[in-house]
Design a protein around this ligand. Sequence first.
Ligand code: ATP
Length: 286
Amino acid sequence: MAEKIIETENLTYSYDGNMAVDHISFSVEKGEILGFLGPNGAGKTTTVKMLTGQFAPQEGRARVLGFDVAQEPKKIHEKIGVCFEEKNLYPRLSVKENLEFFANLFGIEVDIDSLLKRVDLSKWINDRVETLSKGLQQRVMFARSLINDPDVLFLDEPTSGLDPISADAIRNIILSEKKKGKTVFLTTHNMMEADKLSDRVAFINEGKIVALDTPENLKLKLGKKALKVKMRTEKGFEEETLPLRDPETPKKAKELLEKRNIATIHTQEATLEEVFMKLTGRKLEQ
Ligand code: ATP
């Protein structure tokens, strides 16, 4: 059986009686990217804070790399990398100086050149952080989270607020870390990102996990794969949607093919956003 890198059981946290994370239980296996997908305020950051030893769980428990987050947070810190939304960098220092500073702080010798290659930042090694774009600063944050060559990465909304090209650069870095065997816990409210990167996705809403499965299975569960048939008519175009699982579909498709002018025909999958909406009645992006 695959090694469990993260395990939680009834993990719970509330702020002054307001439940933020409500008895969640899940596990993440070695080498897996788990996408933790939910709208703003769903409880994602609070979960990451408990898993990384910043908040002690108020109920339930969590283990990371076999260590209990409440009892052995130091052991966990040595072996994890964390990338939060807020930028904890020194703006006046260069990229290299920032990374050297944090390496010293952790008491670790680091080959800065190879670290920067890993996040494609070599070109900016001597630039002051304050002169870099948001996307490049995020890559410096990523490099920082890799200083101790961690086994597990906790990435909290790593592409939030970035332009599409910078966001894609970050996503490619995440995938290349997975190829190196890292386990990744990724929070996001971007369903395309969760779909593209995750081996499995947990939907989180109002502090609860409402579904957890591979993106494929989540989409197929709804049986929403459909045949979209676009027909030319006198008025322009008309579209008909035929659910693939409907036994009547082959007959109807044949009739349409015989009678009408077909412009295009293709199958279309449900998106994770549609599945999330169906399960919770809420949108991911607000
Ligand atoms: P976002 O994407 O907006 O960061 P999230 O899914 O990470 O959302 P959390 O930040 O974990 O969600 O917040 C979960 C709930 O807890 C929300 O209702 C939020 O308002 C509340 N909350 C978060 N931090 C605090 C705090 N420091 N004090 C009081 N309530 C908080």
